[in-house]
Design a protein around this ligand. Structure first.
Ligand code: PMP
Length: 395
């Protein structure tokens, strides 16, 4: 069976997380909002335990964690949720980057339609955003700066620590979409200057459909967020709705395990990456994004002369890989991330993203290379047939 190498799209659920989820799906099925019986209070304590576990990863307090359905919702809540405050205080300028996930770019577009001004900073060719470019974009009326921690297509780590430091004396709120870095790259997210952090469960071996938004207090004050939905008042009124206790308990467990094991996990991913880079050398790949700035578990590369569609199909019996972003693969358009890096068309059309986790086994790399070389061979054959037919036609 093909080895799954698309963990940046979604990752397997850790068996220990699965057990936790099953407990709250099966035995402890209470509603965390029910106050009159043990079923409710036990569900409530599972949620509060998870809140502590998530908070611990980013050095926040449990009162600063709001559970959501995933990073898409967290990004929406962070960006759209600050708009009312921005509009009422005359701070209507927003700064972000051209390489953000659509769940940041689209809410920004929505805000642009509501009278906000949005500056999108371009990345360097290596796929990282220069902290100075962010600083230069910030103005007196900037409400929010939003920069992702790790790019989901290239795996390039963004210098959010440096950005936070440069913004130390600016009042703008700083939001980080940490879907790909939470529980993996721990230290950068612990900076108190980062006000809002979006978290996704299914990238850290918890189920899909759960995430969180960390909203740090500033000088003891809650951030001036307004909710996107209205209802039962759960999650400080910021995210009403009956809490999905099994999913939240799973996210809590996954966070606890990530904090305890991230060093060994990263080491295992680095070993995987070293082998992958060595094994793929015969294909002479070019890397889309500075390799020395990438996380240990994602690589984006182009094999010259081979389109990503052909390659993904050809290797499908050996490995399940993708062309970058699962979120845009239905639109068939070139990646906005790679085009922001000003890569040429052929390189973008050949982009392959391979992403793994600490438990991934190595695929049959020789089979992988044979499959891709098979495409080249077939194309060479086609070319020579065309020449022969051309000659025959001329005769
Ligand atoms: N931001 C980034 C950087 C991501 O990689 C993803 C998932 N592809 C998201 C946001 C959306 O996360 P979720 O699937 O939890 O909504």
């Amino acid at each position: 069976m093909a080895v799954y190498l698309d963990c940046a799209a979604t990752a397997p659920v850790d068996p220990r997380v699965q057990r936790e989820v099953m407990t709250y799906l099966g035995i402890e099925f209470g509603n965390a909002g029910s106050r009159h019986h043990g079923f409710g209070t036990r569900a409530r304590s599972a949620v509060e335990k998870a809140r502590v576990q998530v908070a611990a990863v980013v050095g926040a307090t449990r009162g600063e964690i709001v559970f959501t359905s995933g990073a898409t919702e967290s990004n929406n809540l962070a960006l759209l949720g600050l708009a009312e405050h921005g509009a009422s205080t005359g701070r209507t300028h927003l700064v972000s980057t051209r390489i953000e996930h659509k769940s940041v770019l689209e809410p920004l577009q929505t805000l642009a339609g509501r009278g906000f001004e949005v500056t999108l900073v371009a990345p360097e060719r290596g796929g990282w955003v220069h902290p100075q470019s962010i600083l230069e974009a910030v103005r007196e009326d900037t409400l929010l700066v939003s920069v992702m921690q790790v790019n989901n297509e290239t795996g390039v780590i963004q210098p959010i620590g440096e950005i936070a430091r440069l913004l130390q004396n600016h009042p703008a709120y700083l939001h980080v979409d940490a879907a790909q870095g939470f529980g993996k790259e721990i230290e950068p997210l612990r900076q108190r200057r980062i006000d809002l952090i979006s978290i996704s469960g299914h990238k850290i071996y918890a189920p899909k459909g759960v995430g969180a938004l960390a909203t740090r207090r500033r000088n003891g004050q809650r951030l001036p967020l307004t909710p996107l939905m209205h209802g039962g008042g759960q999650e400080l009124g910021l995210r009403p709705g009956t809490l999905p206790v099994p999913l939240i308990a799973g996210l809590g467990k996954a966070s606890e395990l990530a904090l305890a094991e991230h060093r060994e996990r990263n080491a295992a991913c680095r070993r995987f990456k070293e082998i992958l880079l060595r094994k793929l050398r015969p294909l002479k790949p070019v890397f889309n994004g500075s390799l020395n700035r990438t996380v240990p578990q994602i690589v984006n590369l182009t094999v010259p002369g081979i389109s990503s569609e052909e390659a993904i199909e050809a290797v499908s019996q050996v490995a399940a890989i993708s062309n970058g972003s699962a979120c845009t693969s239905t639109t068939d358009s070139c990646s906005h991330v790679l085009s922001a890096q000003e890569l040429d068309e052929a390189r973008m059309e050949g982009a392959l993203r391979l992403s793994w986790w600490h438990r991934s086994r190595q695929p049959d790399w020789n089979g992988f290379i044979r499959a891709i070389e098979g495409i080249r061979g077939a194309e060479d054959l086609e070319d020579s047939t065309e020449v022969r037919l051309g000659q025959a036609g001329a005769a």
